[in-house]
Design a protein around this ligand. Structure first.
Ligand code: GRF
Length: 193
């Protein structure tokens, strides 16, 4: 399966997926990185691995529809079948959803439906929650609202800071995302026969 990874920042999840792909644990080929920040560290990671990149500045387009049309051209040109969001800090709009709905997957650092949207880790700490976690889910038009594929919880300790909690959440993310993608694409393989 040809996939595109969408990321806006550091790209540690991008890295964990690429590692699993390199070890041939995943039946996927990352054919494109889509990024909306010219300064993002994930760009260096992709360059280092020779992954094709489409990087855009949303401010140079009139609206979401305008930049998503250009993203879509790149996805279709590369023959991309699935979209894997890994820290992409934008809502996917109708232009891309129409083409890929049911084939877009996201990872979010909370046990959805708790703490959707930005700063999920800060939200969990502010709420004095005893646990939070990681959710892998399909993407629909809402903000972190699509059907859940897998969840794993992470304990919150009294002395946790954003940094310490984020560290433990990311350890789970880096294991969970590749393993769920592995399962999903194996199933698909079996279904197709
Ligand atoms: C992850 O915590 C992910 O759950 C959220 O954004 C963060 C991206 O981190 N959607 P990274 O860029 O993969 O390091």
């Amino acid at each position: 399966k040809k996939i595109a990874i969408f990321a806006s920042g550091n790209g540690s999840n991008f890295h964990s997926i690429m590692e699993a792909e390199a070890k041939k644990e995943l039946k996927i080929k990352t054919s494109l990185l889509v990024c909306d920040h010219h300064e993002a560290y994930v760009l260096q990671r992709a360059q280092g691995l020779g992954i094709p990149i489409f990087c855009f500045n949303p401010r140079e387009y009139e609206d979401k529809k305008a930049y998503e049309e250009v993203i879509l051209e790149h996805l279709l040109a590369e023959g991309v079948e699935y979209l894997i969001l890994a820290g992409y800090m934008r809502l996917i709009g109708q232009t891309i959803l129409r083409e890929y709905e049911g084939r877009i997957i996201n990872i979010h650092p909370s046990l959805l439906p708790a703490f959707p949207g930005k700063d999920a880790i800060g939200q969990a700490l502010d709420a004095k929650a005893k646990e939070t976690g990681v959710t892998v889910h399909y993407v629909d038009e809402g903000m972190d609202t699509g059907p859940v594929i897998a969840q794993e919880s992470v304990r919150i300790y009294e002395n946790d800071t954003e940094e310490s909690l984020k560290k433990r959440i990311q350890i789970v993310e880096h294991r969970l995302y590749p393993s769920i993608l592995k399962e999903l694409f194996q199933q698909e393989h079996v279904n197709i026969g």
